[in-house]
Design a protein around this ligand. Structure first.
Ligand code: PMM
Length: 267
């Protein structure tokens, strides 16, 4: 059964739920609700990676996420820390996180791989070509799914060389990261190339801009959160069919229902 990672963004500027969960108690309550809805992992993040977002100092990031990680882990929920910072990853694992989710795959912080190796945590390697401020400058591909798979394989090799056992790796094609519009659909269409790499595959399409672009009926049509969640549930079901090990979503309940339907279809 495909897992569901529930997103707990503890940031004032995340593109979809920004600002709502900055308060620790509310973030924890939100995480526990996602858990009750069926999340298998809660992914806690304190730095927005939305296009154009400003970087956040690791100290500020840790102030935001550590109390939330600690309380969710103490409640018995598997927690992942979504960070580009080795220092934050280490502190979060100490606070109870079991997985480090690094959308840069080790490229953003030169200390990340050694820190993860030492920590014993599982490690999500995302496909990435640069920081949010200028990531679309690097969005040029000839055969995108193959290139993404090739670059993930390089990151896997670097992780192994740093002492992270292959069994601890999870790969993610990084939907929306240095990929614009239809490039994301081309990655999804070629998801088998990512699955063929071997590690577990995590996929994050939730509420992303390429979904809104697909749903938009004309100029000025703002695509609501509800419509993006419905589109996300559909991509979750299709991702499960394409071999994804888990999907990372904001609205766990709709994706849980979509995955139940997909599983019934598969028998
Ligand atoms: N996307 C975002 C943040 N973290 N982590 C992984 N592994 N994969 C993703 O696609 C991903 C991520 C950006 O979305 P958000 O701001 O809604 O969390």
């Amino acid at each position: 059964m495909t897992g569901i990672w529930g997103i707990v963004n503890v940031t004032p500027d995340s593109f979809s739920d920004g600002g709502r969960y900055l308060d620790v108690d509310r973030a924890v309550a939100h995480g526990l609700r996602l858990r009750a809805d069926g999340a298998t992992v809660l992914d806690v993040g304190g730095e927005s990676t939305r296009p154009g977002a400003e970087r956040v100092a690791p100290e500020v990031e840790q102030q935001r996420v550590l109390p939330v990680v600690e309380q969710l882990a103490a409640a018995g929920v598997p927690v992942s820390i979504d960070t580009l910072s080795a220092a934050t990853a280490v502190a979060a694992v100490r606070a109870g996180a079991r997985i480090v989710n690094d959308v840069s795959g080790g490229l953003a912080d030169p200390d990340m791989r050694a820190a993860v190796a030492e920590s014993g945590a599982d490690y999500v390697i995302g496909h990435w070509r640069g920081f949010s401020s200028d990531m679309y400058a690097n969005a040029e591909y000839r055969r995108i799914a193959r290139e993404v798979a090739g670059e993930l394989q390089e990151r896997m090799g670097e992780a192994a060389a740093s002492g992270i056992a292959p069994s601890r790796l999870i790969v993610d094609p990084g939907i929306g990261f240095a990929k614009a519009g239809t490039q994301n659909w081309n990655v999804l269409r070629g998801l088998d190339e990512i699955v063929a790499l071997g590690p577990r595959v995590l996929l994050g399409t939730s509420r992303k801009r390429f979904l809104a672009e697909t749903l938009r009926r004309g100029d000025g049509d703002e695509v609501s959160e509800e419509r993006r969640d419905l589109a996300t549930a559909v991509t979750s079901a299709l991702a499960a069919r394409a071999g994804a090990w888990a999907v990372r979503v904001h609205d766990v309940a709709s994706t849980r229902d979509a995955l139940a339907v997909a599983q019934a279809w598969n028998g």
